[in-house]
Design a binder for this molecule. Structure first.
Ligand code: FPP
Length: 253
């Protein structure tokens, strides 16, 4: 199937270039139906597929999904292992279609902590889609924002220790070059489903100027109406990056 622009999205203006999503609420969705948590995660995969399709249709260039946090390792062993199996299965099933739709797939996080089966799948799907020029889909697995910042700090510290960099020359650009999302622009819009209004150690550095949008809707129920609500919220925002509204309007004219 090839993703096509839908009539609902054609009217959208000021579409964010980069949308990041904290997909929360799978467990509650399952509990509400007296199902095991893994059924919620399985339903969550369908929303992942739908959100990728919608992002392509709406002309979003970058979509970044928080699939598994550094802290999620402390969930019950059987939930962790069913999530890992689900990731492998989803990759096996979806990669052809993503490729057909010109989607480039990238994974970020402490990928060395994952089992070798999942690491191999990740490597294969990244290689397969590396030349694609459409949506850049980034999936964060075993990812934590603090971990990301610590790793970037080690990189600059090493450069200083090796005499390649002076402490006085460390700036935003030098530092952020060591972050996991260094090759793509910062998110413009963060969406979090599931009712909580927090960042939960997601892209701590990169979200500095993102617009934040929260919904009580649980991730398996995320659909085009909800996505459009988030995009309308974003379209109504004037992003000032520390400037005054008058300064921004002067630039826009
Ligand atoms: C949060 O819901 C969700 C997760 C920890 C896992 C997200 C994973 C998926 C949507 C599956 C597939 C992902 C990809 C990229 C193929 P929760 O379990 O914390 O829900 P709760 O807060 O209701 O308990």
């Amino acid at each position: 199937m090839v993703y096509e622009a839908s009539s609902k999205s054609e009217a959208l203006t000021n579409v964010p270039r980069h949308v990041a999503i904290i997909m929360d609420g799978n467990g509650r969705w399952a509990r509400n139906r007296n199902k095991p948590r893994r059924a919620g995660h399985r339903a969550g995969v369908k929303s992942v597929r739908a959100s990728v399709e919608m992002a392509v249709q709406k002309g979003i260039k970058y979509l970044t999904l928080f699939a598994f946090s550094s802290e999620n390792w402390s969930r019950p062993k059987e939930e962790v292992s069913s999530l890992m199996s689900l990731f492998i299965e989803a990759l096996r099933r979806e990669v052809d279609e993503l490729h057909r739709n010109n989607v480039r797939l990238k994974f970020v996080g402490a990928l060395g902590e994952l089992n070798s089966g999942l690491r191999d799948r990740i490597r294969q799907s990244e290689l397969r889609t590396a030349g694609n020029t459409g949506l850049c889909l980034t999936v964060a697995i075993a990812y934590g924002g603090r971990w990301d910042i610590v790793e970037a700090s080690k990189r600059v510290a090493q450069k200083v220790a090796d005499g390649q960099l002076r402490v006085g020359d460390i700036d935003d650009a030098e530092f952020s070059a060591g972050l996991q999302l260094s090759s793509i622009p910062d998110p413009d819009l963060l969406i979090r489903t599931g009712g909580e209004q927090r960042i939960s150690n997601f892209l701590l550095w990169n979200l500095a100027y993102a617009e934040l949008w929260f919904t009580d809707v649980l991730w398996p129920e995320f659909d085009e109406n909800i996505f459009n609500e988030a995009l309308s919220f974003y379209a109504g925002k004037q992003r000032r990056f520390g400037h005054t509204g008058d300064q921004i309007e002067a630039v826009e004219c």
